[in-house]
Structure formats: structure tokens, C-alpha cells
Design a protein around this ligand. Structure first.
Ligand code: AMP
Length: 287
């Protein structure tokens, strides 16, 4: 397995693989890898011969009061996990390699980014789109794998790739969960034992709402939203948002909506967790 810290070396590697006719998949991550990330690697294997995992805790997607300095890092363990999972190369640049001190160019997606997480994290998606564009230019992949765990991120990246004509197929892989339903996340490490015991209420509340939505043709979304908030608060969470949206557009569900995204962000202590489920509206899906 090759490990690159330098953009030019990463590009040279990819150009060489491409010249040999290989398809390259990239799995962008912030490291502190877990089974959710490895599921993306497994998905990547289905689409490409060469798998590149990028590991970069991207400073520009953290707000000034967020957890950039505290974000968990374990380079040795990440490298070991990638090697064990047959990753071909890791791209793990320093911040200075990605952002020279006079960096001044941004990629901004304007329609989807201000919704959901964008309300409490107004500069987050600007950081995400910019770094993903840069990672695409460093790795030069044919395919990129993202997780449904970050549902809004997946939509924003899809829009960026379409709008800016990146010749890259975007694949979205399903959420990997712990046995008790908590979505795997590097940030779960922050949870105290008590918070960790409380956090599975997130998926329980989402599943209950999903079941209701799937069962009934007409639904009172406001009531459903209030019910999820009630359950999260009763379970010890502090709600940032609970949103019920069209899964394709993030708009309020309308007559044409067939897949509904139920997305939440909720604090347990100081740790902000996100999760989501999709409800297929059966009555409409058949039309
Ligand atoms: P992160 O390192 O948290 O920025 O995540 C890197 C990629 O892994 C993103 O595309 C995430 O959506 C994805 N990911 C993170 N956690 C999970 C999970 N539990 N299941 C599936 N994908 C995940």
C-alpha cells in the first residue's frame, strides 16, 4: 500500500494507474476510521481496481467554535486498517499542503448547502465542496464513494459534480450502525458512557417515524416532527434540528415526492450527532 502526503505524487500515481487502464475509486474521509468507512472501501472495490482512501481533517469545514483541534486522530491505526482492507493507496496531506497561506479560491454550492446542517454550520459546506474538489483534483478518480450517513453532504457533492462537470461517478453507500442502532461515527468517541447509552434513541425515533410515514398515505409532517423531537428530548438529547424533506431535493415534501428524508442533528452533552432514514412513500412509488 502506498502512502502519499504530497499532491503531485498522488497525481503521478493516479496518472500512472490510469495509463495502465485502471479505474480509480476514491473514499474521502477525515480518518479515525471505523466499519462505516470500511463499508465504503468494500463498495469502492465493486467499481474500481484501484482504491484510494483520503484522510484529511479539513480545517475549512469546521466553524470557529467547533471541534477541529479535538477531532480524533490515529494515523497508525488508520494506515493499518486500510492495509488490512486491501486499500491500494492513502492520501494523507498536511493542512499546509492543501491550503497554502494565501489560499483564496472556494467552491460554493448555493441551493442545498444553506438547508439543514447549513443553518447551524453556515460555512461547513463551503469547506466540504472546496476540499472535495481539491481531493478530486489530487486523486483524479473515476468513482467517488460517500456515505448516506451524511445525506446532505452526498446531495451537495452530487450537485457540485454535476454543475462543475467533474467526470466522476458518485456512489452513495448505506449507513453502517452499531448493534444498538447508533450510526457509526468518529465523533461517537466523545460520548460519555451515559451519553453513549442515551444516543440510540436517535435511530429509535427515526425508525418509528419511518414506519408511520411508510404505513400511511397522508401524513401530518409537523406532528411527526414534534413526535421525534419529543422522543429525542425525553431520551436526553438537545435537538439542533429535525427535518422532513424530499430526499432528492431537500425541499419540503410535495405532491411529486416519493422518497422522504427524515434527518436529525442532536446534541448529547457537547457532541453533535447526525443521522437520517429514508421513507419510501409506497402509494406514490408505484405511480
Ligand atoms: P467522515 O470521516 O466522518 O468525514 O466520513 C467520511 C465518509 O464516510 C463520508 O462519506 C461519510 O458519509 C461516510 N461515513 C461516515 N460514517 C458512516 C457510517 N456509519 N456509515 C456509512 N458511511 C459513513
Amino acid at each position: 500500500m502506498d502512502v502519499f502526503e504530497n499532491i503531485a505524487e498522488m497525481q503521478a500515481y493516479s496518472l500512472d494507474k490510469k495509463s495502465q487502464g485502471h479505474i480509480i475509486a476514491v473514499v474521502p474521509t477525515m480518518g479515525y476510521l471505523h466499519e462505516g468507512h470500511m463499508a465504503l472501501v468494500a463498495e469502492a472495490r465493486r467499481h474500481a481496481e484501484i482504491i484510494v482512501v483520503t484522510i484529511f481533517v479539513n480545517p475549512t469545514q469546521f466553524g470557529p467554535k467547533e471541534d477541529l483541534a479535538a477531532y480524533p486522530r490515529d494515523r497508525e491505526r488508520d494506515v493499518r486498517m486500510c492495509r488490512q482492507n486491501d486499500v491500494d493507496a492513502i492520501f494523507i496531506p498536511e493542512a499546509g499542503e492543501m491550503y497554502p497561506s494565501d489560499f483564496s479560491t472556494w467552491v460554493i454550492e448555493e441551493k442545498l448547502s444553506p438547508e439543514l446542517c447549513g443553518k447551524s454550520r453556515p460555512t461547513h459546506f463551503r469547506g466540504v465542496t472546496t476540499v472535495v474538489a481539491k481531493l478530486f483534483n489530487a486523486v483524479l478518480p473515476d468513482v467517488a464513494i460517500f456515505g448516506q450517513k451524511d445525506a446532505q453532504q452526498a446531495l451537495v457533492i452530487g450537485r457540485m459534480v454535476r454543475d462543475l462537470n467533474f467526470p466522476i461517478d458518485i456512489i452513495i453507500a448505506p449507513i453502517v450502525r452499531e448493534k444498538d442502532g447508533l450510526a457509526m461515527s468518529s465523533r461517537n468517541k466523545y460520548l460519555s458512557p451515559q451519553e453513549r447509552a442515551q444516543a440510540p434513541v436517535i435511530f429509535r425515533s427515526l425508525q418509528a417515524a419511518q414506519a408511520k410515514l411508510t404505513a400511511s398515505a397522508s401524513t401530518d409532517f409537523a406532528e411527526l416532527q414534534s413526535e421525534i423531537i419529543r422522543q429525542l428530548e425525553a431520551g436526553g438529547g438537545r435537538v439542533d434540528y429535525v427535518e422532513i424533506r424530499d430526499a432528492a431535493t431537500l425541499a419540503e415534501p410535495g405532491a411529486e415526492t416519493v422518497r422522504i428524508l427524515i434527518a436529525v442533528a442532536v446534541f448529547f452533552g457537547a457532541t453533535r450527532l447526525i443521522d437520517n432514514v429514508i421513507a419510501e412513500l409506497k402509494s406514490k412509488a408505484k405511480v
